[in-house]
Design a protein around this ligand. Sequence first.
Ligand code: SAH
Length: 242
Amino acid sequence: MPIRFVLVETRHPGNIGAAARALKTMGQSELWLVAPAAFPHAEATALASGADDLLARARVVPTLAEAVADCGLVLGTSARLRTQYYWPVESPRAAAPRLLAAERAGGAAVVFGTERTGLSNADFDLCHGLLHIPANPEYESLNLAQAVQIVAYEILCAGDAAPRAARRLAPLAPVEELERLRAHLGEVLEEIDFTDRRGGPHLLRRLARIFGRAGLDQQEVNILRGVLTAVQARRRRAGSGP
Ligand code: SAH
């Protein structure tokens, strides 16, 4: 399955066309668009130039969750280094071999944000790590299609050198499974009154990000889900469950 390049809520159709061209020149083929402002559009076609076949095949979906549901490794890109949550920040060069290995293990995606504001925290909830293109610290924000170009270029360069991925016994767990794990953990935390003193999604988000970093496979997710189910069963037996 080719590496999926996902553009979230792109405002300018020209950027979609330029991104398609960037991908095709680097040998990539898989463009997904999450709720684009205007697509298809003459400007996209014009900037795609000879890559209009990629545009024609681009998948348009309403949510990021849908675009990455079956991917085992999802990296979000950002011009800013976020400090609110701990994140393994990687350069495209460092991440490229990992993306290639994950692609072979079942599916990988790189996610790009909307022009002005980039990806939201909720978008990053669906990612396993942050990809940052090193740039001028005083002006780090690249044009969207140029960011796509650099990431795709590094993947192309890493292609020959990438070690063959060791065969995993179980494929990486897809995002939708991690989302179920997060929901289940949220339920149990509430049942055992292990709540965030600040309220809101902060604690659960931090915990869920540990799972994202760990690169869990399906069996590992099943084990964790089993632990949570056992906690619930024991509480029910003790008469304190729901
Ligand atoms: N202020 C926004 C900038 C958005 S630029 C932000 O902090 O992310 C639009 C998109 O281009 C970004 O969402 C990201 O996908 C990509 N991009 C731009 N500059 C980048 C950089 N230095 N590293 C990684 N991605 C970058």
